[in-house]
Design a protein around this ligand. Structure first.
Ligand SMILES: [Zn+2]
Length: 513
């Protein structure tokens, strides 16, 4: 007797269909499973045999063969237990083979026959829907996540016995599944209106969010760098439905999706510690999980104490910052995770934290020099905007001046995003912060007069070509914020200001002491 079930394996955040055939024939009693299987999958054989026996369906003493395909894909994970068990039930004639073929099954089984939750169910059920499957059978523990996908019938099950009984029911397709009510978790970000003063810093946060420019903040401890950074996701436009699903899949395969809270609807803010490993930051590891850069997808990756991060770990950011995704190679095959984040870095300018305030700084000139030179140049090159954050004078905190809310700032940011969406609709990038240097001339044209001005500045400020490009990208955003088609002199001069931080800290040979 022959039967087949279909299940899925995760590849990055997407799922690939895997078919499992079971065949029971006369011959020497043997149970074999073939098809490029990982260790956990090979072990499924014993789990399934015992679980079936404990559910009242002992395997016959015959020749049993289970084959997984496509054969070129390594099968790993524990989600194959339930489909294997059901394929065997089909081959034994316990459940209807045709009905089995119409659905997609995933779940781990304990020896007692309990069905245990698996990771990445959102992606698996979404794939089943896309493939036109009639239903999914999934572990009860994954119910809330699976129900996020509409347009496919989902049966949550707790035990193997219950699953078999369910498949045997005549009214299988008529069974009503009550959806658990989900509370949309509103993770509201702290508001910019809570911050007194810091007008220039708020402005630069808006510029960064408007053009999706990476940002570096330098200043002594406790001046409010983190306070500003955590408010940035709150001024970015709301996520669209595609982004919500993509982000939720990333959290689902990481096992971080909160059950019962619906699809992720807020842009993430991730703040890894500076001791983070390469695998933790970019993803990978034995279990193959997305890293912080993917968890920050569509949101903000905040690297506080930027100079303390291991340079070799940060060097791994080069590829994802260019490609907006990360490819991880493993023996079992390659996988890809999205990683389109805005980088916000923060640091102090010296080890004691107070340079250039020479009344407080206790570092020597060479200490400051070596501290600054420890910062990853590769990343500095990819950061368009820089600002020095200063201590605010006391008076500011007492003033009762009304300050703008994040919602007001966000409304403006959304307009600028809309302009960019139109402008770059035929391009392979979406924001001013991503214009490749080869296209700067196309998207940031200057009048003859402004070109001469920039040539003068180029010489006067000893700008490098790379720095020139950064200034042009920021000027493009400033012009868009003004609703100006052309880049004007005020946009160039403001953009020039934002670059001065590199000049003050990295391009001087002597530190004034
Ligand atoms: Zn110092």
């Amino acid at each position: 007797m022959y039967s087949i079930t279909e299940t899925a394996i995760l590849r990055g955040i997407d799922s690939v269909l895997v078919s499992i055939e079971a065949n029971i024939s006369e011959g020497l009693p043997v149970f074999e499973m073939v098809g490029f299987l990982g260790t956990e999958v090979k072990e499924a054989k014993e789990r399934v045999r015992i679980a079936l026996a404990n559910s009242g369906y002992a395997l016959p003493v015959r020749r049993i063969t289970v084959n997984f395909y496509p054969a070129n894909l390594k099968k790993s994970g524990t989600g194959f237990d339930l489909p294997v068990a059901l394929a065997l039930c089909g081959a034994m004639g316990i459940v209807d083979k045709n009905r089995l073929e119409e659905g997609l099954v995933a779940g781990e089984i304990s020896l007692s026959g309990k069905i245990l939750a698996v990771e990445g169910i959102l992606s698996i059920v979404d794939m089943a829907r896309q493939k036109g499957k009639k239903y999914c059978i999934i572990p009860k523990g994954n119910e809330e996540e699976a129900m996020l996908v509409s347009g496919i019938k989902v049966y949550p099950v707790s035990t193997l016995r219950e699953t078999i009984d369910l498949l045997k029911r005549r009214d299988f397709y008529e069974i009503k599944i009550v959806k658990t009510k989900m509370q949309n978790e509103i993770q509201s970000y702290p508001d910019f209106s809570d911050i007194a003063g810091h007008e220039q810093a708020k402005r630069i946060c808006e510029v960064a969010a408007s053009g999706m420019h990476n940002l570096l903040m330098i200043g002594p401890p406790g001046v409010g760098k983190t306070m500003l950074a955590v408010r940035i996701p709150g001024i970015l436009p709301p996520l669209n439905e595609i982004e919500k699903m993509e982000l939720s899949k990333i959290y689902s395969v990481s096992g971080l999706l909160n059950p019962g809270s619906g699809l992720i609807s807020e842009r993430p803010f991730r703040r890894p510690h500076h001791s983070i490993s390469k695998g933790g930051l970019i993803g990978g590891g034995t279990a193959l999980k997305p890293g912080e850069i993917s968890l920050a997808h569509a949101g903000v990756l905040f690297l506080d104490e930027f100079s303390e991060f291991d340079k070799s770990v940060l060097s791994e950011l080069r590829e994802p910052m260019e490609d907006k995704r990360i490819r991880i190679s493993r023996l079992s095959g390659n996988c890809e995770y999205p990683a389109d984040f805005m980088l916000v870095a923060a640091m102090s300018a010296c080890r004691c934290g107070y340079y250039p305030d020479m009344n407080k700084c206790t570092c020597t000139s060479s200490q400051i020099g070596s501290y600054l030179s420890s910062v990853s140049q590769m990343l500095l090159e990819r950061i368009d905007l820089g600002i020095e954050i200063m201590q605010q004078p006391m008076g500011i905190f007492c003033s009762r001046e009304p300050t703008e809310t994040s919602e007001q700032i966000r409304a403006r940011v959304m307009q600028v995003h809309e302009i960019q969406k139109q402008r770059y609709k035929k391009e392979c990038f979406s924001y001013n912060g991503q214009i490749p240097s080869s296209r700067i001339e196309n998207f940031c044209p200057l009048t003859e007069e402004l070109r001469t001005y920039m040539e003068e500045m180029f010489v006067k400020l000893k700008l490098s070509t790379r720095r020139y490009y950064k200034i042009m990208r920021v000027a493009r955003t400033l012009a868009d914020m003004d609703g100006s088609e052309r880049i004007l002199i005020e946009h160039l001069s403001e953009a020039l200001c934002y670059r001065s931080i590199e000049k003050s800290f990295w391009e001087r040979n002597e530190y004034d002491l």
